[in-house]
Design a protein around this ligand. Structure first.
Ligand code: FE2
Ligand code: FE2
Length: 476
């Protein structure tokens, strides 16, 4: 199989799609439904824009980022897998050392399908969540980045639907349709996971989402990239290269908001949120509350801290750990333990549980370590401005809705608090309606190349070495 992508076909691909007529026909039937979904709930008011986007021409590291103007609905979504290794062996779980699977073993069919559908469902969900943001983009540069993220999430849906169609027959095709029917936040047919039903109403939420929630994507995809089911491993490996840009958009976006706020704090010599809001920038305590919200909602995505499904997925080889291949243990984990938190008599206490059952918690902890890094880089921006404020990720037990910590009242510092204290302080810990209304009031579209909304600094450099004032979007 070559790594270069054939764009002459109706569905661009590097999987020799034309050699499998049945599959090609099934996907060509799904394609117009996908495009209809994009028209219905994809980026609002973006038709006829020429957007400076990157498109994959091959899955080689040097080949994939080709930049050019693309008319938004004409983006060439397709099917791209990393090249395979015919000798690849399963490197964890009960099948350790056996040949990786090129097909779905019957006994794991239901679980694999569920894993693929759950991952696939997050992709269109985020496009739906972000669909109004183009109307209030703070610059052309940011609008372009939003659209880049959106088209790539659309492609991630293609990646999962390809696996469903190719390996799961009729059930897979039905799941492919259902992925276009659920809607983020819709009461009667919502997306599967809770964080993907939350609205993303403003750009502060969008940057927090791409920093924190797309990073959940990185960890889930990394765990699936270890899978014994080789086609899943190869497709998620390529998705990971796209995910890196999404997290960059989030990290740099928040960093630029902080930079602008600190600049105004120094100009006005104040840290008074009221005065800063009057000056049209987002005060740092408000940013902390948004951070608390997005962090806590996102760590719920890893699932229950103790889970027999997590053990089953690992032992059967369906889903590995983050960086499974780089770890030096027996990759079977039987008889090992892991510490999880629980509440006992009003205190948080640690408890040892079988490692295999705690693999959701292991992945969550790896995620937390990774997400702290960017927060430290944000703090560097604040420190450089000479301001004593520091952002912090909240305690793992804060504002949780899944697993043993669900529903506990815990402060961002990790102190169990009474219902009364929670109610008195929650407005300092999570975004209030007033915060959201204020942030919303700042949102207004800036379309002139090189111009930026007042509440955010320009980036240090443009996309693909273009200048910051490059015309990233040509409005039709
Ligand atoms: Fe994605
Ligand atoms: Fe993403």
């Amino acid at each position: 199989m070559s790594s270069s992508i054939n764009y002459s076909e109706k569905i661009p691909n590097n999987v020799n799609l034309s050699e499998d007529r049945t599959l090609q026909r099934a996907l060509e039937q799904w394609q117009p439904n996908y495009l209809q979904w994009w028209q219905d709930v994809g980026p609002e008011g973006s038709q006829n824009f020429d957007v400076y986007l990157r498109t994959a021409v091959s899955v080689d590291p040097q080949g994939w980022a080709q930049f050019d103007y693309v008319k938004m609905p004409d983006y060439r979504w397709g099917i791209f897998l990393n090249p395979g290794d015919a000798e690849r062996k399963i490197h964890f779980g009960d099948h350790l050392g056996e040949k990786a699977w090129q097909d779905v073993p019957g006994e794991y069919r239901a679980n694999l399908r569920r894993i693929i559908v759950t991952q696939g469902d997050t992709e269109p969900a985020s496009v739906e969540q972000q669909r109004h943001l183009g109307l209030t983009a703070p610059s052309q540069y940011d609008l372009r980045n939003l659209f880049q993220v959106n088209v790539e999430e659309g492609r991630h849906l293609w990646a999962m639907v390809y696996l469903l169609h190719k390996y799961f027959g009729r059930d897979g095709r039905e799941e492919g349709e259902a992925l276009l029917e659920r809607r983020s936040g819709q009461a009667d047919n919502p997306r599967i996971l809770e964080a993907f039903n939350e609205p993303t109403p403003d750009w502060l939420s969008f940057f927090m989402f791409t920093y924190f929630t797309d990073r959940d994507g990185k960890f889930q995809l990394s765990a699936l990239a270890e899978s014994a089911f080789d086609p899943l491993a190869r497709t998620t490996k390529f998705m990971l290269t796209e995910e890196a840009h999404h997290m960059f958009v989030g990290e740099s976006g928040i960093s630029r908001i902080i930079q602008r706020t600190c600049q105004v704090m120094n100009e006005l010599k104040t840290d008074d949120p009221k005065k800063l809001r009057e000056a049209g920038v987002i005060d740092l305590p408000t940013m902390q509350r948004y951070l608390n919200f997005h962090f806590s909602v996102t760590i719920d995505l890893f699932g229950a801290d103790e889970s027999s499904n997590a053990a089953l997925f690992y032992s059967s080889g369906l889903k590995g750990r983050f960086d499974e291949g780089k770890r030096n243990d027996d990759h079977q984990l039987k008889g090992q333990t892991y510490r999880v938190l629980q509440a006992r008599d009003g205190q948080l206490v640690e408890r040892d549980v079988p490692m295999l059952n705690a693999l959701n918690e292991v992945l969550r902890d790896d995620y937390i370590k990774d997400s702290v890094g960017g927060v430290e880089r944000w703090n560097k921006v604040i420190e450089k401005a000479g301001i004593p404020f520091r952002l912090k990720v909240p305690h793992k037990a804060f504002h949780r809705n899944i697993g043993g910590l669900a529903g506990l009242k815990v402060s961002p510092e990790g102190r169990v608090v009474s219902e009364a204290e929670w109610n008195a302080k929650v407005g300092e810990w999570l975004p209030t309606d007033e915060d959201r209304a204020f942030v919303g009031s700042l949102m207004g579209r800036v379309v002139e190349p090189g111009k930026f909304a007042n509440w955010i600094s320009p980036p240090a450099m443009g996309i693909n070495r273009q200048p910051v004032n490059f015309e990233y979007v040509r409005f039709g």
